[in-house]
Design a protein around this ligand. Structure first.
Ligand SMILES: C[S@@+](CC[C@H](N)C(=O)[O-])C[C@H]1O[C@@H](n2cnc3c(N)ncnc32)[C@H](O)[C@@H]1O
Length: 317
């Protein structure tokens, strides 16, 4: 094995934002993080020595806390076969920036109300009270920095590739981004029912050889795994250069009457889709850049699993 790979493997062991479970921690059993990713993993990522913990969905900048802090209910987004984790980091950074802006607007609003209001009651509530609720959105606490935040977890078996994503996320101070090194076949050991809100499958091996349908990450075999932890309104994104895999997945969707939310045979020439989903072209993966350089169209599907738990198998014609 090359020196560079060994160096990355060694550094991976020092990263707070990467989990590399031992075989006996997850083979035919639940991993301790199952159902606990928000509180026990993202809630404990250290991203430097800053004491400002207001902007992180993980809520643990510079300190480790055993407390849940309300982070266990934050939606969890997976990227399967993430490689260097471009979607995990890209979506995590965008979500973090959105959170920071929301928090700043909320903080400015709170400050203005407090300065201008002189502590008087607004609509019967004391604005200096710790439990001040935003009057424009009932039930939402303006000081709650975790709402609408998301956590992002890249999954792959290749540690040297994920090193890149984990290193970048750490350098960017993203406490809402992490990586899990495991085979996707073991995925049900890691996530509890409803724990995952979205799955991104980015440029997976299309497994086009005869008889390999069950190995495809959008085959009914894998959809049945995902159905065990995807929230009922959860979605699956498939981005691929393989027209065959795109068409196969469409046939799986049709055979199982699954809700199809978006489909494109050429994302970079689909203005409407891009306008509504800028992350489809602003984030590019390593493999994607290679395919684009070869002039290949990039396809996209977004679909749900409805309330299905069992799926009709689909084979190549
Ligand atoms: C073609 S690469 C795409 C990587 C990345 N998503 C990209 O677009 O650049 C497929 C990735 O899936 C990973 N992979 C394939 N089968 C896997 C499995 N069963 N479990 C975990 N990772 C797997 C490989 O290690 C590889 O990094």
């Amino acid at each position: 094995m090359g020196k560079d790979k060994l160096r990355k493997f060694a550094e991976n062991l020092t990263f707070d934002n990467m989990v590399q479970p031992a075989f006996d921690e997850m083979f035919r059993r639940d991993h301790p993080l199952k159902g606990r990713w928000g509180a026990d993993f993202f809630g404990r990522i250290r991203i430097g020595n800053s004491t400002d913990n207001t902007s992180s969905p993980g809520n643990a900048m510079g300190e480790v806390s055993g407390a849940d802090n309300g982070v266990s209910n934050i939606p969890l987004v997976l990227e399967l076969g993430c490689g260097k984790g471009e979607y995990t980091v890209g979506l995590g950074a965008a979500n973090q920036a959105q959170q920071d802006t929301t928090n700043k607007v909320q903080q400015d609003t709170t400050n203005k109300v407090q300065q201008g209001g002189g502590g008087k009651n607004i609509h019967g509530k004391n604005i200096h009270g710790k439990n001040f609720h935003d009057i424009s959105s009932p039930g939402k606490n303006v000081l709650d920095t975790t709402s609408s935040g998301k956590n992002f977890l890249g999954i792959d078996i290749k540690g040297a590739r994920m090193w890149r994503g984990a290193k970048t996320a750490g350098a960017m101070g993203l406490a809402n981004v992490g990586f899990l090194r495991t085979r996707i076949e073991f995925i049900n050991s890691f996530f509890a029912p409803g724990e995952v809100s979205e799955i991104w499958i980015t440029f997976p091996d299309p497994q086009l050889k005869k008889g390999r349908e069950k190995k495809r990450l959008t085959s009914p075999v894998f959809l049945a795994y995902y159905a065990r932890f995807l929230a009922s309104d959860g979605v699956i994104h498939l981005k691929t250069d393989s027209r065959e895999l795109h068409d196969y997945t469409l046939r799986v969707i049709e055979a199982n009457s699954l809700p199809l939310h978006a489909a494109s045979a050429d994302v970079y020439n689909d203005g409407d889709l891009q306008a509504a989903n800028p992350e489809l072209t602003t984030v590019q993966t390593t493999y994607e850049r290679r395919f684009l350089a070869e002039g290949k169209p990039i396809t996209y599907l977004r679909f749900g699993l409805g309330d299905r738990t069992q799926f009709e198998m689909v084979y190549d014609e």
